[in-house]
Design a protein around this ligand. Structure first.
Ligand SMILES: C[S@@+](CC[C@H](N)C(=O)[O-])C[C@H]1O[C@@H](n2cnc3c(N)ncnc32)[C@H](O)[C@@H]1O
Length: 242
């Protein structure tokens, strides 16, 4: 698929290698830049995702592409027995582990290396799986989502949070301006990696959103799929069950 070929550095290395390298490079600025670029809105988005899981009271939760662990930390509010965060960037998880210790969540939440496409957990392991701003970076989106379905328990729920593309022409204009000029500029000022924040723009534009994303989930046999756009369509939550 076209979006799978959008890579950070165009070096010819596998997308997975380039993505891991990029997140290692920006790990020390990731949380700060997230807050600046989204004006703090991203926290409310994760909160909404976790609300969707509240009725199911999941006990064993997996946070895929956990990065510095923010989604896993939000999931702790569901009082589960165990949360596992996996990521291909050790650099990002290193900052996450420090946060967990400070928050006294390092017993509940374990962060470990894992690639969504090749995770080797047994079939039917998790009650719920969350992915925040991760699926866009998968090397092979379908392979990743299929593997997550395999390790979900029957009736278990996948919740995906991702940037989307607004439909309202006015919002779209502002969004394009922001992503084309402001994001790369702020990225350049605060982070040493100039490509990282232009990759963000390119990958968001190329990524299937709204009905296109739920269609991919349906094709993979996720049940009861649906989505909800957030903040005038600049982000979306997708969900589906096994
Ligand atoms: C934008 S960060 C999101 C971090 C966190 N989920 C959040 O909500 O802030 C994307 C993360 O996805 C990770 N990632 C990309 N592809 C992955 C894959 N195939 N398997 C696991 N993690 C992946 C990256 O290393 C990076 O840490």
């Amino acid at each position: 698929m076209k979006h799978d070929t959008v890579t950070p550095y165009n070096t010819g290395e596998e997308k997975k290698e380039q993505v891991a390298q990029m997140f290692d490079n920006i790990a020390n600025r990731y949380d700060l830049l997230n807050s600046i670029l989204s004006l703090g809105i991203h926290k409310g988005w994760r909160r909404k995702c976790v609300q969707l899981l509240r009725n199911k009271q999941p006990q064993n939760i997996l946070d895929v592409a956990t990065g510095t662990g923010d989604f896993a930390i939000e999931c702790a509010k569901l009082n589960p027995k165990k949360i596992t965060g996996v990521d291909i960037s050790e650099g990002m998880m290193q900052f996450g582990r420090e946060k967990l210790v400070k928050l006294n969540l390092d017993k509940l939440i374990i962060l470990e290396y894992g690639n969504a496409e090749t995770l080797s957990y047994a079939d039917n392991t998790f009650d719920a799986i969350v992915v925040g701003f991760g699926v866009r970076n998968f090397q092979n989106l379908e392979k990743g989502l299929a593997n997550l379905l395999r390790i979900l328990k029957p009736g278990g729920q996948l919740v995906v949070l991702e940037f989307s593309y607004p439909r309202n022409p006015l919002v779209k204009g502002m969004y394009n301006f922001y992503f084309s000029y402001i994001t790369p500029l702020v990225g350049r000022i605060f982070s040493k990696d100039t490509r990282a924040y232009t990759y963000l723009t390119e990958s968001v534009k190329a990524f299937p959103n709204n009905e296109n994303f739920t269609q991919i989930m349906k094709n993979l046999n996720y049940k009861n799929t649906n989505f909800k756009t957030l903040s005038l369509g600049i982000a979306a939550i997708y969900w589906g069950e096994k």
